[in-house]
Write a protein of this length. Structure first.
Length: 538
């Protein structure tokens, strides 16, 4: 029988009619009709087989879809058959196709807004062959010399302070893509000294808190973020994944790298997918050193009151009378995903009031940087970042002062420079190796005090051995992903080795000519699951 045949209602009615034909007879059939009745019964049986075959074919043809049940009208009294079948055609059970399992990162969708928790839980063990003071960040400018107690003892400690928590918010509103980002760690200044005896009462600290808006080729960001002077890996984004701060565990990144995290407002223009131009206004600070044990300047004897008030000497109080925000211009070029180059310039202004002479002094400073990131092969990348400034020392992780003060109260910016170069090698997707060299140079800038004989400023003969001329670091390490699942997060084992050497401008006779430190970091880190939504197309 042809497979194009379809069961029409009149065929079913005919079969039923033939099956019920004897019921219509009101009288006994005459003699000789038995043969005809038997023939009719055989015809009914053959018709039933055809009906069954049609039903089977219909089931096969509709197995991929669910058909609505045909309407069934109940028979009325005295009605034998009609164009509506007495019995509905058999229908197959609907086939439920389970969709392929998709990644389920930890995030929530509210309307057009996606909210995603970010962060990681970290435990880091740190060993140093000098008792250089105890955080996960290296104080490059204050490595102890071998002739002091700190240079005679090593130290080891565990810390969970670099664990981070925060959130990321993405959405679109009337053609504007908005992004909110917040990030905290536990490196804040504690109000209690009870950090190791009975309770590690570490205090949360704001790292980033910003909002970013983009419409077409224009973008604006406001809040606390990495400075736009910080080298990027691509574009001019302030987000950590788009910056170069090294793959190491050290909280203070790499020696010689210019960076800060501070409040400000940033304006970006994207003339094409390859170019990004930016201008930012960021929080200023007139810095003269001493932060985290770093080098500080020597003030004139009659103007020591300027330190901690008009000039920041790490008093942790925002009292400096800054003239205007630090102004930064930057341009980035990304012709391919494997090549990035950028140039930046910064302008700063310093000012003080000499209460002894009732006179105000003002001086401008600035600097520039040139940074590159090149994929030599698919898995090997070379990075090189260069920074030079006259009055930009605080951007070198606070390891260089910005200015000195002369005896009359006038200011003179200190020249400072930094370089970070190295290689990053992804052996397999789960194993990353890296090696960097970082160097910093702080120029001498001296003056004579009002008595005409005493030297002041930075790097003069007879200055303290804390006033560094150069600092060098060689560091390398690995990051191994032990386990990763987009639904549950990732577990990483990391280790870093760092050798730091610092050379002062002046050392007393029979004293060590430099100070050095060997540090080993070992870390186990669990990272929350999730990924940012795909960026909008502009």
């Amino acid at each position: 029988m042809s497979q194009t045949l379809r069961p029409y209602p009149f065929q079913l009615a005919l079969a039923i009619f033939l099956a019920g034909a004897p019921l219509l007879a009101q009288e006994r059939p005459p003699e000789g009709a038995a043969a005809e009745i038997e023939q009719l019964r055989q015809m009914i049986a053959d018709q039933q087989k055809q009906i069954d075959e049609l039903r089977r074919m219909l089931v096969e043809q509709t197995s991929a879809r669910v058909l609505p049940a045909p309407a069934v009208r109940p028979l009325r009294l005295g009605e034998i058959a009609s164009f509506s079948p007495i019995l509905p055609l058999a229908r197959p059970a609907p086939v439920i196709v389970k969709p392929a399992e998709e990644d389920a990162p930890l995030q929530w969708k509210i309307g057009d807004t996606t909210i995603q928790p970010i962060g990681f839980a970290d435990l880091t063990g740190t060993w140093k062959d000098k008792n250089a003071g105890g955080t996960v960040g290296t104080n490059f400018g204050s490595i102890p010399y071998s002739n002091v107690p700190g240079g005679k003892l090593s130290e080891f400690r565990f810390s969970s302070q670099i664990s981070r928590l925060g959130f990321r918010l993405d959405g679109d509103w009337k053609g504007v893509h908005y992004l909110g980002y917040s990030e905290f760690d536990f490196m804040g200044t504690s109000g209690s000294n009870n950090l190791s005896v009975s309770s590690g009462a570490f205090v949360p600290r704001m790292r980033m808190f910003l909002i970013d808006l983009r419409m077409g080729k224009f973008e604006i960001m406001a809040g606390q973020a990495w400075s736009m002077l910080t080298p990027n890996r691509k574009g001019l984004s302030p987000l950590p994944e788009d910056l170069f701060v090294g793959f190491g565990i050290d909280l203070n990144a790499v020696n010689g790298l210019p960076w800060t995290r501070q409040p400000g407002v940033r304006f970006l223009y994207h003339p094409s997918e390859k170019w990004t131009l930016g201008a930012s206004f960021e929080n200023p600070d007139q810095y003269i050193g001493v932060s985290a044990g770093g080098p500080g300047i020597v003030l004139p004897s009659a103007l020591t009151s300027l330190g901690g008030g008009q000039l920041d000497n790490s008093s942790n109080v925002q009292l400096t009378p800054n003239a205007h925000p630090d102004f930064i211009l930057k341009a980035a070029f990304d012709p391919t995903p494997r090549f990035h180059i950028e140039a930046a310039a910064i302008e700063r202004t310093f000012r003080v009031w000499n209460p002894n002479a009732s006179r105000r002094f003002m001086k401008s400073g600035g600097g520039f940087s040139l940074n590159t990131s090149v994929g030599l092969t698919k898995n090997i990348r070379f990075v090189s970042n260069h920074f030079w400034s006259e009055g930009g020392g605080r951007y070198l992780a606070g390891n260089a002062p910005d200015v000195i003060v002369r005896s009359d109260g006038s200011l003179s910016p200190i020249k400072a420079a930094g370089i970070v170069s190295g290689f990053e090698w992804k052996i397999v997707p789960a194993l990353q190796l890296y090696a960097y060299y970082g160097g910093a140079y702080i120029d001498r800038n001296t003056a004579v005090d009002a008595n005409g004989t005493t030297l002041i400023g930075y790097g003069f003969r007879g200055s303290a051995n804390t006033q560094n001329r150069t600092m060098h670091e060689v560091t390398f390490g690995f990051n191994r992903t032990l386990w990763k699942d987009p639904r549950y997060g990732a577990l990483n084992a990391m280790s870093q080795y760092a050798y730091v050497l610092r050379n002062p401008w002046f050392m007393a006779p029979d004293s060590p000519k430099n100070a050095h430190d060997n540090t080993v970091f070992m870390s186990m880190r669990y990272t929350l699951p999730g990924r940012a939504p795909a960026p909008p197309l502009h």
